[in-house]
Design a binder for this molecule. Sequence first.
Ligand code: ADP
Ligand code: G6P
Length: 508
Amino acid sequence: MNTINYLKNRLIIVSSRLPVLLEQAATGRWQTKPGSGGLVAAIAPIMKKQGGLWIGWPGKTVTEDMDIENLLRGAKRDFGCTFKAVPLTAKEVVGFCYGFANEILWPLFHDLQSRCYFAPGYWKVYRNVNRKFAEVVYRNSGENDHIWVHDYHLIGVGRELRHLGLTSKVAYFLHIPFPPLDLFLKLPWCFQILNALLAYDLVGFQTQRDKRNFVQCVRAMSKDVLVRGEEKVSTAKVDQRDVRIGNFPISIDFDEFALMAESTKVDRRVAEIQVNLGSETNRRTLLLGVDRLDYIKGIPEKLTAFRNTLQRFPRLRKKISLIQIVVPSRMNIPKYRDLKLDIDRMVSDINGKYAQTDWVPIHYIFRSVDRTELIALYRAADIALITPLKDGMNLVAKEYCAANVTENGVLILSEFAGAAAQLRADALLVNPYDIEEVADIIAAACDMPLAERRRRMQILRKKVRKYDIYRWVDSFLNVVFARDQTAFPPLEDYITSGSRKLLSQAYV
Ligand code: ADP
Ligand code: G6P
């Protein structure tokens, strides 16, 4: 579809990080580099087409020798929008970003409670930084702007904007899953977080399951809030106000991936990759994994399953290879550094055990690769092996389908990725914890006849094309900004954990 129909006013995107990050070159000069992750990948094409303002942290604590505004002005050309930086101190980055966001909300919302570190000090910093973001948004917005806040780092921004006196509508989208009630209650600040979400005019989730979990939490924890409507968008009545709650599966710019996949540059690179896979008549099957370094991506589990395939299906040795790309991420957090060491060790064990002079089972790349290389790999791969333990959506799954212009690839997808809700009928769904099942499915994918692969991939591509990123943004903004603006009544402060009493009455 490739057009945004709804937007008439300026769009302001608010996210924890800007899509353009600051880094210091070896010469000491400050420069910019693109950010990584699904949020940036999804929103950047919209802003490029539409323009607007993007507010966020530029990824480095500010020092005096940096002329941030000037550096960000330079990036406008590539991104098509203007930027406003929210400067954070080193202490704020630790408590807000590495701490509350990445050591509490991230693991908890991905059902991995044992990885949470509920440090009491993190909450205060999180709240203060959310207030800081809100102040920047308030100062830089006008009443006709459409303000759209993103992801788990900034849940409190809407509420803080109300405290500052903003009366126009504010929308929010959660890119990661929303946990079920039993898990959400483990969060010592669950009431504050729930009430902060209810300060927005629209709260968007990736899947029906996430939306259902949220509605269940609202019903159990906020006795005074009535939620109506079970369909795509429900409405919660909060202090005479309507809060819309919907599910909007995020997507990609399908046409851009498909077009690039057919470009001469990509063609040439695909041919080079295929030469390394053997002759036309005796070509090895190529499996591809592309993941940010993160325990939610289930990389060690995937490697174990791949080893299991080689063990239990000796006929596949020398016939299959896995290219596993891992994009460095969150290396300031010890658990992420440990994960990297685990992956290094596992790859080396598997290769040490099975490699032969003319065959390496796993090609492991630990760095970001450029667009051409990524799309060439998507196109060249016979099988995409995408097995997160839990994931909000997983755009890599959709990008693989869009770039698979030969329509003969197989998508192996975790049932716990948000993308499975849309793609389940034609992908091969697996439970990433079930090592033998994943190994069996890898073997089945290798044996799948061409006609069956084509049938499935054609349907997958049709779905991803139909529900692309432009349709996503249109449907989301339509729900929240299409109606007349209504004034926002004053709010009480965050409800404190004293409200737990309410819970015993409501949650039986
Ligand atoms: P997450 O948001 O958790 O990182 P997603 O799969 O939703 O996961 O999004 C990842 C995004 O990062 C995709 O758009 C993908 O193209 C991009 N990406 C993944 N690996 C690389 C890489 N090695 N180099 C560049 N970009 C990458
Ligand atoms: C996921 C999150 C994003 C986040 C990205 C990269 O995609 O949903 O909000 O920006 O991961 O993580 P980082 O900690 O590097 O910002």
